[in-house]
Write a protein that binds this ligand. Structure first.
Ligand code: GCW
Length: 680
């Protein structure tokens, strides 16, 4: 599993012949590190796929040349006079052309990194067995900052990580550069990821000390040729902890000077350093509110420190205050919307996928569409904190697609979340910053298979592809990944893609159907624990979220409840507010309903709840049967592990169902619908 989707196993002989004829010769520059990387990828990839690497040449002199580069790096590309306008710094085109009377495949871009992305795309075409004799494609990223967030601590523990220790071996850095860092950079570049935040948002200020900055510099050196910038999570109180100051007040001149000097120090080592990610005034982290200042004051102070160097600040909106809220889902909106327009041009506000916390299914966050003057980054969680860690097979593509396609109605119909994230919806706002971004909380660790399971690699892959183009189709992405990772045989691809596409709904069904949320075990978030109550905060209990009583269940967020619905644009609010119109997947998210109320299937709410729990278990059983039937298509090692993990998932889906039903039945007092097995 170490190769991820960058497997270059030999293509079947028929197709290989066609490919070989088109890829006889490689004409690619090698003056810069990125150029060499692109060339090496092609030589290695084509060598594996086609049995032999193409011959390297300075100029195309026969049929079947692959010509790669930019007008600046390749005289041959410059002479072609291609239309590279509109591709931007990172886009590329791939075309089948006749060059000097010979058939040629041209991969051209405006920058070396663009050409590298094009090289990976060409390899992908072969890996997925697409024809390459009449290519005419051009693509550029729709989102500017495509960033991984590592929640990795300096002691190598990964918060919410299920794939072993952190891959960053701080102890041996900077002198030992694990080859894994290079493979990491290759994998990310192959899907267009162009930034990585190395350390946890629950940040340790030590990362900003000279000893650690040397290590960061070494990692930045590995990432640079692959177009990946390094960022750091900054602890807001660092000036006090490592700077000897008495305050971290963003309005204090000494504090401002400290951060400017710190930024200067970092950029002296890492001229292309990306900037800072900050979690402030959330879950006990320090922040500007500790000094009576706002999120904007804090973000702007850091933004001013990195601005002279071209850096940016990603300021998280995942906040909840010390006092217990009436409804935690409302808090980010309440705290941030008043500051729309106050943030510097080089600040993005990073908004979690979901106002509660990366739940198996949440309605889109109400901040999307509500801060038109501020670039909002989408923060997806690739690591499956609330979705069965690494043993449950849950492909997150459909969940992300659902949210990106959700309509905020902020500027009338068609104002999708994707358009907020890529900046297109609000591009006309006067003075609005041109930045756009997407963050993915990484599922990467030092496990041999990187992500804790084979299928979790698909979530890393899908995140990268959606960050490049948030309008892509989750099913297409799954098919691409399956072909690259396992096999191109349709007898394998179709059932596996089907299984992946059904897996998210299955998990929602067996964990938190009908809009239920946050019913996992306290703290670790694994397995069912809807009965959790007591403890330090009401919103750290399950009962706070499901609100089950003898009469009914669900969190009333309607206008007569917590009124969270009013944080959405009126057409959306109206629908969410109405129990007859709210999408049933969000029924109990927004409404408290009676056990015997009818839902669209004609069942009572209680019967529907039980039905969905059982449906989830049945789906996992089917996934298992599907996979068991595919042993001939996969090497025994990978087949076996997936099969055993699916067995775990089935056992635990049953556990979720049984525990949840048994618990909720103590409120409903109703019998199980006919044919439903009693909880074990
Ligand atoms: O839900 C919580 C997670 C924490 C995480 C936090 C956050 C990094 O359980 O582990 O801390 O979200 O996103 O800041």
């Amino acid at each position: 599993g170490h190769d991820l989707w960058l497997r270059h196993a030999p293509v079947e002989s028929g197709a290989a012949g066609d490919y070989r004829a088109r890829l006889v010769q490689l004409v690619a520059p090698e003056a810069t590190a990125t150029q060499r990387v692109a060339r090496d990828e092609l030589l290695r990839g084509l060598g594996g796929l086609l049995g032999a690497s193409p011959a390297v040449s300075n100029a195309p002199d026969r049929d079947g040349a692959l010509i790669l580069g930019t007008p600046a790096s390749s005289p041959r590309i410059a002479k072609l006079g291609l239309d590279l306008d509109g591709l931007g710094a990172e886009g590329y085109l791939i075309r089948s052309l006749s060059v000097d009377g010979h058939t040629a495949t041209v991969v051209a871009a405006n920058s070396d990194v663009g050409a590298l992305y094009g090289a990976f795309h060409l390899l992908r075409l072969l890996q997925t067995r697409q024809p390459i004799d009449a290519l005419d494609l051009r693509t550029s990223p729709k989102v500017a900052l495509r960033v991984l967030n590592h929640w990795d601590n300096l002691d190598r523990h990964v918060e919410r990580g299920y794939a072993g220790q952190s891959i960053w071996d701080w102890h041996r850095l900077p002198d030992w550069l694990d080859p894994r860092y290079t493979d990491y950079a290759r994998a990310n570049a192959s899907i267009g990821i162009n930034g990585t935040v190395l350390n946890n948002v629950n940040a340790n200020a030590q990362i900003l000390t000279p000893a650690y900055l040397e290590k960061v510099e070494a990692l930045a050196g590995v990432m640079r040729p692959y177009g990946i910038r390094v960022y750091l999570s900054a602890r807001f109180s660092a000036p006090m902890e490592i700077g000897g100051l008495k305050t971290a007040d963003p309005k204090d001149a000494a504090v401002q000077r400290w951060w400017r000097a710190k930024a200067d120090e970092i950029y002296a080592k890492i001229p292309d350093f990306g900037g800072f990610l900050v979690k402030a005034n959330s879950e006990g982290q320090p922040g500007p509110q500790d000094f009576g200042r706002s999120h904007a004051d804090g973000a702007n102070m850091l933004a001013d420190a990195v601005a002279p160097h071209g850096g940016i600040v990603m300021w998280r909106a995942f906040v909840y205050s010390d006092e217990e809220p009436d409804d935690r889902a409302k808090q980010a909106y309440t705290e941030f919307v008043p500051h729309d327009g106050e943030f510097r041009d080089n600040v993005l506000v990073q908004v979690k996928n979901g106002a509660i916390d990366f739940q198996p299914r949440e309605p889109f966050h109400p901040l999307f569409g509500a801060m038109p003057k501020t670039p909002l980054m989408m923060e997806f969680q690739i690591t499956k904190e609330y979705l069965g860690f690494a043993t449950h097979l849950v492909y997150l593509g459909p969940m992300w697609e659902e949210v990106l396609r959700a309509d905020t109605y902020a500027k009338g119909e068609g104002s999708t979340v994707a358009k907020v994230v890529d900046g297109s919806l609000e591009a006309d706002e006067p003075g609005r910053s041109r930045l756009s971004g997407m963050a993915g909380v990484a599922n990467i660790g030092s496990d041999r298979d990187w992500s804790g399971s084979h299928f979790d690699q698909a979530n890393w892959y899908a995140y990268g592809r959606l960050a490049w183009d948030p309008y892509l189709d989750a099913r297409d992405i799954a098919a691409e990944w399956v072909r690259m990772t396992f096999s191109n045989d349709p007898a394998f691809v179709d059932p596996v893609v089907g299984m992946m596409m059904a897996s998210h709904q299955a998990a929602v069904d067996y964990m938190t159907p009908l809009g239920l949320h946050h019913l996992m075990g306290r703290g670790h978030h694994y397995g069912p624990a809807p009965w959790v109550e007591g403890g330090p905060r009401a919103d750290w209990t399950s009962v706070y979220f499901h609100r089950a009583t003898k009469e009914g269940i669900g969190f009333d967020r309607t206008k007569t409840g917590s009124d969270a619905v009013s944080q959405y644009a009126p057409p959306v609010a109206e629908v969410f507010n109405d129990p007859a119109r709210v999408p049933e997947d969000f029924l109990l998210w927004f409404h408290h309903r009676g056990w015997t109320d009818r839902v669209s299937s004609g069942r009572t709410l209680w019967d529907e709840l039980v039905h969905r729990y059982s449906r989830g278990v049945a789906e996992v059983q089917e996934m298992r049967a599907t996979w068991d039937g595919l042993a001939d298509h996969v090497d025994p090692e990978r087949h076996h592990q997936v099969a055993r993990f699916l067995a775990i998932q089935q056992k635990e889906a049953q556990w979720w169902r049984d525990a949840s039903i048994a618990y909720f039945q103590t409120f409903s007092g109703l019998p199980l619908p006919e044919g439903e097995a009693a909880p074990l």
